[in-house]
Design a binder for this molecule. Sequence first.
Ligand SMILES: *Cc1c(COP(=O)(O)O)cnc(C)c1O
Length: 362
Amino acid sequence: MARVFNFNPGPSTLPLDVLKIVQEELLDYRGTGMSIIESSHRAPEYDEINESAISLAREIFGLSDDYHVLFMTGGASTQFALIPLNFLSEGQAGAYVDTGSWSGKAIKEAEIIGKAYVAGSSKDGSYTFIPKQEQLQIPSDAAYLHITTNNTIKGTQWHYIPAAKGLPLIADMSSDIASRQLDYSKFDLIYAGAQKNLGPSGVTLVLIRDSLLKKAKSGLPTMFMYKTYADKKSLYNTPPSFSVYVLKLVLEWIKGQGGLAGVEKVNRAKQERIYQMMDLHPDYYKGTVQKDSRSWMNITLRLPTEDLEKQFIAEAKAAGFVGLKGHRSVGGVRVSLYNALPLEGAQKLAEFMDAFRKKNPA
Ligand SMILES: *Cc1c(COP(=O)(O)O)cnc(C)c1O
């Protein structure tokens, strides 16, 4: 078996230990004589998975029973619409900080349903930084403040939690959830498509504070209301059971790493390896974002020419480092260092970068 170092931006690498459990349990889930994929979501086996995933999420993120843990479908992109649908009342705006492509899509959906107010933006700087608190203008009559904690495509990340002026704080954490210690209880709603740091595609994790849930509109189609999922522990209809099962295994793996403190320690070391190499040779490996806004999860860089970038990506692939191509909208190279990418992968890639530069001077 030859496993590569998988730098895919999403869906992305999963812990090998988790994949092995999935493989082992696939044909006969714990003596049931069938796979969990073939099993009823009303069976006690699935109930146990659902309950454990909920309590593990609360434990890992340090959240009280005040938070509902929901397993939804439709990806983060569906949340872009569900949030304004549930929380904007007639004529009211949602406040958004625009830090790149994903925030832009969230704003677009809010504008379909109601109004969006841009409370801060790095658009004029080609999204190369995260606005500082004093640059935000948060209207006190907005329904909520929405941020995107990590900008997967642009390579920036929030390194502070903004004060929301008393508004509910909502975050799209799709690409950095569970990657670091953070006061998750500062947020009223957190959502993340699982396919970057939490598991396979197909399930979206939503953490919502009860006081915000109570403000949600009623009278929406059943499947569009957060309340439906909260009331039935995400079992109103058939959940994406396989994805929730793997997500539960990933949460157990995180716990086994020493929780978020343990995961953060490794993630810190990983991004240091790559940024250090870039900072040693800034004319060759050119970072595309401001240093104080650098993402630990997605490192974006350019090489001296597009030809060298193509060569870099191809030779890296041949050497066992896959998924390094920048997003089609920005080009260049993107190094995604999600939780399951081992430190060794970042270390070896940094060595590869050093050797590549020496062999191919600009
Ligand atoms: C990947 C990503 C999305 C899109 O998620 P889907 O699950 O594909 O809808 C949204 N926001 C961020 C920050 C992402 O990284």
